[in-house]
Design a protein around this ligand. Sequence first.
Ligand SMILES: *Cc1c(COP(=O)(O)O)cnc(C)c1O
Length: 429
Amino acid sequence: MGNRNYRFETLQIHAGLDKDTPSGARGISITPTAAYRFQSCDHAARLFELSEPGNIYTRLQNPTTAAYEERIAALYGGVGALAVASGMSSVLVAVLSLAQQGDNIVASPYLYGGTYNLFRCTLRRLGIECRIAPSVSAADFAALVDERTKAIYVESMGNPTCAVPDLEALGQLAKAKDVPFVVDNTFGAAGFLCNPFDWGANIVVDSATKWINGHGTAMGGIIVDGGNYNWGNGKFPQIDGPSEGYHGLNLYEAFGNQAFIVKCRVDGLRDLGCCPSPFDSYLMLIGLETLSLRVKQEVESTWRLAEYCRNHPKVKSVSFVGFESHPSHENAKKYYSMGSSAVFTIELKGTLESTVRFVESLHLAAHMTMIGDSITVVTHPASTTHKQLGEADLKAAGVTPTLLRISLGLEHVDDLIADFEQAFSCVEL
Ligand SMILES: *Cc1c(COP(=O)(O)O)cnc(C)c1O
């Protein structure tokens, strides 16, 4: 692409296009293949021992996916990106590439539900301990870090309260402790709203199912390598040491500051198998072309709908990082370019029953568990994502019977307000 100084809006359309020049087509072709022909046995051997880059098998590489990965790496300013089949597999592959049996990771208490369960249950069974800090303060994280800590892990905007951690302070802590700083930046919309690499992150994971795809049409996840961690510090023998799977090859010596993302691909994808479909990579490329426009519109509508809800007599409270009353307001202003994402929560007056009635009366806003979709989504945690929790756990998670999470889509905001108005009128207090 020549000039690397293009802005986000330009890169979201152009980065990765030159991966597919022979036909001259403007569109990127979908390459629906599982395998690739080798030129000779020698050529195949060089590919397999990683001494020559090239396509072997779509579990490891695919041209459509490569264009998508190049675009993501450009948007984040990383040295490389890896596309995987879902946001959860991006978390899994990133963490398993860092931590082994006997190691630990230190994580934020404000985590996506799937991530929380992965860390607390599945990784524990594999012998990797997850230490959940009591808060996102750097001091609370520092107290839990020891010589077996292989990641400091946070979300740039956490579930379900939209808590925004002090990324800069945590980045400094990670640097001081010489531990990789991993940030789930799903809410940061591919770096458009928030780019954790600006604040000391070393690795970003992102659920592409949300704002990157943007239309609710495919699952996906990405891992981005900032290329800014010293893997040669002795803590990561699986990266700077003889690789059992590749005849003793040392990934750090062979790939330098791209060693981590290569590790995620050649061990992570090869062994865990969570590769994306080329068709889904295509959908992500199309989604990315309009990401900045969609997100700007959604955040603008979020302000309007949140204001409307704040003034509504049937609403008890509104929790929106754009408002000064939100505990993360200052951090959101600092780390999110628009001071907010497109998600907020409201608590209705009334009961569980009247809240269910409100949700079921909405015509436009969809009742789903989803964020970042072009359709506005209303989620009722008490009857869905958090239904299995007892009363005490619900309280701890901040989930009350009348809490609703709203993720703004692209409808005209006046139509959404009218939809809310008629649904409120169906609710007796
Ligand atoms: C949705 C989400 C995930 C998981 O992503 P999937 O694509 O659903 O697997 C991880 N982290 C956050 C913050 C999410 O919102």
